[in-house]
Design a binder for this molecule. Structure first.
Ligand code: NOJ
Ligand code: NOJ
Length: 574
C-alpha cells in the first residue's frame, strides 16, 4: 500500500515537472512582449504611461499614491537600461538606439543637478531619486545611495565597449567618457563611506552596492585603457582591489550566506545578495567564488539560505516541499507595503540558477564543495562533494532538478501574475494578489533578463575571471563543515521533528526558528547543516505540534565538529 502510494506520487511529480516546464514556456511567450511593452511605456517622453517624463527618463512606476513612484531612481533606470543596452548590442532588438541616446542625455543632465546630497563635485552623484523633469527631489529620503553611479556607469560602459568594437571610438572618447568618468571617480573616492542600501533603509556598508562598485571600476579601467585614458587606470585598479577584498568579509560561514549589510540589525538574509550574483555575472568567469559568480559554491549556498528564510513566513508558501520553489521577498523582516513577496526577487532567484546552468553546460562539469553541499543535497540526498562531468548520471540528475527548481520560481511569479500580464512590485503574502506600485519598470526588466538567461543568452564579459585577492582577504571558507543529522523518531500526524542547538547555524537554541527536519525517510528524520569546523556543539531534537514544544530528555547531545569533510550523526530520539 505504502509503496504503491509512493510510486503514484513519484509519477505525479514527474507529470507536474513536465507540466511546469510547459507552463513556464507558455508564460514566457505571453509575458515577454507584455514586459517589454511595460518597460517602454515607462520611459519618457514617448512612453504611454510616462506622464510627462523627459526623454530618456525612466519612471519607477506610474503609481502616484500609496506608493507614489512617479519619480526616477538612478538604480532602477540604470538596471532597466543595462537590460535594453544588452538587447541592443546583442542584436536582440535593433530598434533601441534612440532610447539609449535619450537615456545618456538625460543622465548626463541629472548628474549636474545640485540636490540634497550635494553638487556634481561634492557628493550629488549619490542622490537616489529625481523628479521626472530632471529637477532635484528635496523631500526627506534615505540618501546617499552609492550603487547608482556604479549601475549607471556599467550600463554606459557596456554600450561604449560595443561602440568601440563597431568603429565609433570618437563618440565614446569625446561624449561618453566624460559622463562615465564622473561616476567612476565618485566610486573611487567614496566607496568606503557608508551608504543607504538598495532598499533605501539601512545606512551602513552593503554587499550589493560594494559588488556593483567593484564591477564598475574594473570595467571602467578596461575601457580607459582601450581609449588611451591611462591616467585613471591605476587609481581605479587599486580601489577595485580594495573593494574585492572588502567584499569577502560579508561571508557568514555558518550557515553559508552573504550578510547583506554591515548594519541594520536583521538576519542578513536578503535578495540584495541574489541580485548581486546576477548583476555581476560574467559568463567567462566560471564558478569563481571571489566575485560571487552564480554557480560559485558561496552564491549557491547563499541562494538556499535566502530562499529558505521565506518558507515559513508567507501563507502562500504553506505546504510547499522543502526542495521546491517558494515566493521570496526583499528580506524576511520586511514590513514595507505589507512585507510581501516581490516579483523581481522571484525572477532573480530563477536567473541566478539559469546563469549557473549556462556555465556548467559550457564547462561540461559541475563541482560540489563542502560549502555548496547543502544546496546540492536538496536535489540528491546521497550527493558527495566532488566534480561531476556532464557524462555522469549525477550531473544529469542535478542539472535537471536545478532547472526544474529554477522554473519553479518563474512559475511562482506566473501563478501570481494577473491575467493581463501586468507586473506590480509585490504580491501579497496571504493570497498572492498583486500589490504596492503597479507596472513597476524594474519588475518587467527582471522578468526579461530571467527569460533571456533561461534561453541561454548572456551579457558581455566584464573581466571577472581570475581576479586575485590577497590572502588577508580570505573568505574563511575552510572553517566550516557539513554535518548530516539523522534521528530515528516515531511521531504521529501533525508532529514534526526540529533540530536546535548552541550555535547560530543551529538557531542558538531557538524553538520558534529551529530547523525543520525532512521525514522523507521516516522514521528517520534528516537535515544537513553547515557548522563551524573544530567546534564543540550541543544540540537537541524537539517535537513541535501546533506550537507546543516537546524536548528530548537531558543531557544535551554533544560533539566536536571535524576540521574538514562531511560528518553524519545517527541518533535515536530519547
Ligand atoms: C520607501 C522606500 O522606497 C522603500 O524601499 C522602503 O522600504 C520604505 N520607504 C520604508 O523605509
Ligand atoms: C523601493 C525599492 O526598495 C527601491 O529599491 C526602488 O529603487 C524604489 N522602490 C523604486 O522602485
Amino acid at each position: 500500500m505504502w509503496r504503491s502510494l509512493r510510486l503514484a506520487s513519484t509519477l505525479g511529480l514527474c507529470a507536474s515537472v513536465f507540466g511546469q516546464s510547459s507552463t513556464v514556456d507558455s508564460y514566457i511567450s505571453t509575458e515577454s512582449p507584455i514586459a517589454k511593452a511595460g518597460v517602454l511605456a515607462n520611459i519618457g517622453s514617448s512612453g504611454v504611461e510616462s506622464s510627462g517624463a523627459y526623454p530618456g527618463v525612466v519612471i519607477a512606476s506610474p503609481s502616484t499614491t500609496d506608493p507614489d513612484y512617479l519619480y526616477t531612481w538612478v538604480r532602477d533606470s540604470s538596471l532597466v537600461f543595462k537590460m535594453l543596452i544588452d538587447q541592443y548590442t546583442s542584436g536582440q532588438d535593433t530598434t533601441l538606439r534612440g532610447h539609449i541616446n535619450d537615456f545618456i542625455a538625460a543622465e548626463a543632465n541629472i548628474q549636474q543637478v545640485a540636490n540634497p546630497s550635494g553638487t556634481v563635485s561634492t557628493g550629488g552623484l549619490g542622490e537616489p531619486k529625481f523628479n521626472i523633469n530632471e529637477t532635484e527631489f528635496t523631500g526627506a529620503w534615505g540618501r546617499p545611495q552609492r550603487d547608482g553611479p556604479a549601475l549607471r556607469s556599467t550600463a554606459m560602459i557596456t554600450y561604449a565597449t560595443w561602440l568601440i568594437a563597431n568603429k565609433n571610438e570618437t563618440y565614446v572618447t569625446d561624449s561618453l567618457w566624460p559622463i562615465i568618468k564622473l561616476d567612476l571617480d565618485y566610486i573611487m573616492n567614496n566607496w568606503n563611506e557608508t551608504t543607504f542600501d538598495l532598499w533605501e533603509e539601512v545606512d551602513s556598508s552593503s554587499f550589493f552596492t560594494s559588488a556593483v562598485q567593484h564591477r564598475a571600476l574594473r570595467q571602467g579601467s578596461a575601457l580607459a585603457t582601450a581609449i588611451g585614458q591611462s591616467s585613471v587606470v591605476s587609481g581605479y585598479n587599486t580601489q577595485a582591489n580594495n573593494i574585492l577584498c572588502f567584499l569577502q568579509s560579508f561571508w557568514n560561514p555558518s550557515p553559508g550566506f552573504m550578510t547583506a549589510n554591515t548594519g541594520g540589525g536583521r538576519s542578513g538574509r536578503d535578495a540584495n545578495t541574489v541580485l548581486t550574483s546576477i548583476h555581476v555575472f560574467d559568463v567567462e568567469a566560471g564558478c569563481d567564488s571571489v566575485t560571487f559568480q552564480p554557480c560559485s559554491d558561496v552564491a549557491l549556498s547563499n541562494l538556499k539560505v535566502y530562499v529558505d528564510s521565506f518558507r515559513e513566513i508567507y501563507d502562500i508558501n504553506a505546504g510547499i516541499r522543502a526542495d521546491q520553489a517558494v515566493a521570496t521577498g526583499r528580506y524576511p523582516e520586511d514590513v514595507y507595503q505589507g512585507g510581501n513577496p516581490w516579483y523581481l526577487a522571484s525572477f532573480a532567484v530563477a536567473e541566478q540558477l539559469y546563469d549557473a546552468l549556462i556555465v556548467w553546460s559550457n564547462e561540461g562539469l559541475l563541482t560540489v564543495t563542502d560549502v555548496s553541499f547543502p544546496f546540492f543535497q536538496q536535489f540528491d540526498a546521497s550527493i558527495k562533494p566532488g566534480t561531476y562531468s556532464s557524462s555522469t548520471p549525477t550531473y544529469s540528475t542535478l542539472t535537471t532538478a536545478i532547472k526544474n527548481f529554477a522554473d519553479g520560481f518563474v512559475a511562482t511569479a506566473a501563478k501570481y501574475t494577473p491575467s493581463g500580464g501586468g507586473l506590480a512590485e509585490q504580491y501579497t503574502r496571504s493570497d498572492g494578489t498583486p500589490t504596492s506600485a503597479f507596472d513597476l519598470t524594474w519588475s518587467y526588466a527582471s522578468a526579461l533578463t530571467a527569460f533571456n538567461a533561461r534561453a541561454g543568452k548572456t551579457s558581455a564579459s566584464w573581466g571577472a575571471a581570475g581576479l586575485p585577492v590577497s590572502p588577508a582577504c580570505s573568505t574563511s571558507k575552510a572553517s566550516t563543515v557539513p554535518v548530516i543529522f539523522n534521528v530515528n523518531a516515531t511521531t504521529v500526524v501533525g508532529q514534526n521533528i526540529y533540530l536546535t542547538g548552541s550555535v547560530g547555524a543551529l538557531t542558538d537554541w531557538s524553538t520558534t526558528n529551529a530547523i525543520l527536519m525532512s521525514s522523507a525517510d521516516y522514521p528517520t528524520w534528516s537535515t544537513a547543516v553547515t557548522l563551524p569546523a573544530n567546534t564543540q556543539i550541543q544540540y537537541k531534537y524537539i517535537i513541535v505540534n501546533n506550537g507546543s514544544v516537546t524536548w528530548e530528555s537531558d543531557p544535551n547531545n554533544e560533539f566536536t565538529t571535524s576540521m574538514s569533510g562531511i560528518t553524519t550523526l545517527n541518533d535515536v530520539w530519547r
